[in-house]
Write a protein that binds this ligand. Structure first.
Ligand SMILES: Cc1ncc(COP(=O)(O)O)c(C=O)c1O
Length: 393
């Protein structure tokens, strides 16, 4: 079956964050939104059918998670990521962000330090700070348009209050799919310093050709025992609103400690539609995902070519995975606030301001390319015209 990712689906007035929250987010709804990390594509038909079937039954009471639910997760990880996980390692949360907060609460004390690698997905910062823990910044290094971890600095940062590190793998927003060597180095560092590694692998399934996502916990049992991995069907199959994610904890003592925190906070239940969607997506969604990746690759190639030929002052940091693209806008000669206002009010596009991703984000913007190509093209033409107007004025 051929899926139509070119289809433009009107999301306005569907209580959709990306389109219906424009005034609150940007101060205006007169812009094309290519920001928050969901997709303007329909979910796979198998997911829609599974939700409809469940909705047909008129009682929506407390749900249990059937064996097929767990089997679907286990089979998916084995097939797509060559990782053999056991059911006893799996816990279910209402999202990856809740899972990261839970890990911080379960494994650190107030005042303890947590390492993050900005520019990075901003809820990592709030998860640390809202819980009274301290952020330790291990900024990524950019070299010729590609980002790397700064291991030398990492080593010097850790002390006996450093208890946890949050790894973004693949990395949002810089688009890196970390190599085996990089993962081994960071994993070994955490083990050596007795720092628990929380690996956010929510973007694991969307990886471009010539790159392979490696779950860090799949590399070696020693790393598995020091890692809490978070995955979800939410980005992959566009079901983030169904709030169902998976936490993988191979170490039994750590599993129990995490679970105890979940129980203490009353977070054990799942959404029945989330259960149905995850199961169907992992069981039947692979063909759709392959076509999605092809389409996203096409959007990425289109973006790269458009910017190179028509707006060379904006440079693409070429992503190896994720449908989010980090744009280096420093050559536009605007300060970060001017850049933000230029895009909103002159170009009339809604991107994510790089400053939101912490140190290293100044002068950058993040664009979400998971939309029909004609929307992406429209947004790029708007930016091109605004740049031309500003040069001519
Ligand atoms: C790296 C990363 N982690 C987590 C999330 C969101 O997780 P959830 O909606 O499951 O809490 C996102 C969404 O953009 C993300 O990019």
């Amino acid at each position: 079956m051929q899926y139509d990712f070119n289809q433009v689906i009107n999301r306005k007035n569907t209580d959709c964050f990306k389109w219906d929250n424009r005034v609150e987010t940007f101060g205006t709804d007169a812009l094309l939104p290519l920001w928050v990390a969901d997709m303007d594509f329909a979910s796979p038909p198998a997911v829609i059918t599974a939700i409809k079937e469940r909705a047909e039954h008129p009682i929506y009471g407390y749900a249990l998670r059937p064996p097929e639910f767990y089997q679907a997760i286990i089979a998916w990880l084995k097939k797509r990521h060559q990782w053999e996980v056991k059911k006893e390692w799996l816990l279910i949360t209402a999202g990856v962000v809740p899972a990261i907060n839970l890990a911080i609460l379960a494994f650190t004390e107030p005042g303890d330090q947590v390492i993050v690698q900005p520019p990075v997905y901003h809820p990592f910062f709030s998860a640390v700070e809202n819980n009274g823990r301290k952020l330790v910044i291990n900024k990524l290094k950019e070299e010729n348009g590609r980002y790397f971890m700064n291991y030398e600095q990492l080593d010097s940062l850790a002390n006996d209050r450093t208890k946890l590190m949050i790894l973004c793998s693949p990395h949002n927003p810089v688009g890196r799919v970390w190599t085996k060597e990089e993962l081994n180095t960071v994993g070994e560092f955490c083990r050596r310093k007795n720092i628990l590694l929380v690996s956010d692998e929510i973007h694991a399934d969307v990886v471009y050709k010539n790159y392979t996502h490696l779950p860090i916990a799949s590399l070696r049992p020693e790393l598995a025992h020091n890692t809490i991995t978070c995955i979800a069907p939410s980005k992959t199959f566009n079901v983030a609103g169904l709030a169902t994610s998976v936490v993988i904890i191979p170490d039994q003592a750590k599993f129990e400690r995490f679970n105890k925190m979940m129980v203490a906070l009353g977070m054990g239940m799942s959404n029945i539609f989330g259960i149905a969607a995850l199961t169907a997506a992992y069981q039947y969604g692979e063909d759709w995902l392959e076509q999605l990746i092809d389409y996203l690759q096409g959007n990425l190639d289109f973006l790269v070519q458009f910017l190179e030929e028509r707006i060379p002052r904006i440079r693409v940091i070429k992503p190896e995975g994720t449908f989010l693209v980090w744009l280096d806008c420093r050559d536009l000669g605007l300060n970060p606030q001017e850049l933000k206002e230029f895009l909103i009010y002159k170009a009339k596009v809604g991107l994510n301001d790089g400053r939101g991703f912490g140190p290293g984000g100044e002068g950058f913007q993040r664009i979400n390319i998971a939309c029909p190509r004609q929307i992406l093209q429209k947004a790029l033409i708007r930016i091109e015209r605004a740049v031309q107007r500003s040069i001519n004025s």
